[in-house]
Write a protein that binds this ligand. Sequence first.
Ligand code: URA
Length: 433
Amino acid sequence: MRMVDIIQAKKDGLALGREEIRFFTEGIVSGAVPDYQAAALLMAICFQGMNREETLELTMAMVDSGDKTDLSAIPGVKVDKHSTGGVGDKTTLVLAPLVAACGVPVAKMSGRGLGHTGGTIDKLESIPGFSTDLSMTRFLDCVNRFGLAVAGQTGHMVPADKKLYALRDVTATIGNISLIAASIMSKKLAAGADAIVLDVKTGSGAFMQTQQEAEALARTMVDIGNGAGRRTVAVLTDMDQPLGLAIGNALEVREALEVLRGGGPADVREICLVLGGTMLELAGKGNAAQCRELAVRALDSGEALQKFRDMVQAQGGDPAVADDPGILPQAPFVEPYRAIAGGIIHDIVSDQLGMASMVLGAGRPTKEDAIDPAAGIVLVRKPGDTVVEGEVLAMLHTSETGKIAAASSLLDEAIRIGSGAHEFVPLILQIIR
Ligand code: URA
């Protein structure tokens, strides 16, 4: 088999078979296929697309390119959750203990973040002492003893994705639904869960900016998951405005703790009830209404908060954080951001708000940058609120006062104040089964 023939076939609009796809993925990991040929095939895929069978085959070939997590030592149905990423998305911090409190084991592998804020791992590591660097034995032991564990992704999972993602990033071939779906789902399948709930976000702060694109991605990923024998459901959610009020690592942990105490912002609580309820449904805990009720009870009874305490203790952190978020890192400078005009807040553009939080230190512009766990933004006002000029709209948290001016000018753009009514978009747009 020759790579040039595979490229030619895809360029001519033909469907690739199992052997051709595996020749490609094995070749990029071993180095037998050079980057220029891999990039040429990626570009041909962008122009000609991949059908359902090819997309599933590519995903499975990527899964087989590296190690897979074996969760069979944990009894019961293991349900994973994935979010396509959004500004202020702290749902995993709530969902892991919520689902565990309902008797469903959670063995979660998570990543670090690039861009606006950290990922779940960065957020959890803002808790003093908390370690996400667990051996497989300790990871499985924590899940079996306490019902949950969240660990950083280890070594050699899906090396084909690492290679391909880096190439796609520099060859303008990121934006193809099959390539995105295969990239996300290969990592989820390799992580070993029996069922998967996908939170696919759409809007200004999301990877897929239109609802149509988000739905196409969601359907493709649901197809892959089910095709691979894992029950998969996608929930399409709005990311036109940030989720909750807090953006930044320790600030988001604090907000997640409010939700785990039965309070917190209504949008964060609602999305956690929908995603958590769907995870419980996939684990066989009942129908949609029964599972939502279980999720409500886990939050309002304090059982989910207790699971959070257990997880923090088991992973070396200070469990007192659950009752005293004051022990989280705090920024030395907390400055108000004030409205530049009066009127109604029409929009808080999520990606611009995310940029402002990154400027304050909450995110990492490149993989090598360090995160300031205490930095970020806490909104005081949300879209639809009427405000007067000079009123405080947000609090900016940072370790360097020099960063406040740049973040404030990004907020001048991000927070749009006008005179007409704000148009509300529902948070939960669609559930794809
Ligand atoms: N996230 C991923 O993991 N892969 C993509 O291709 C896009 C977003």
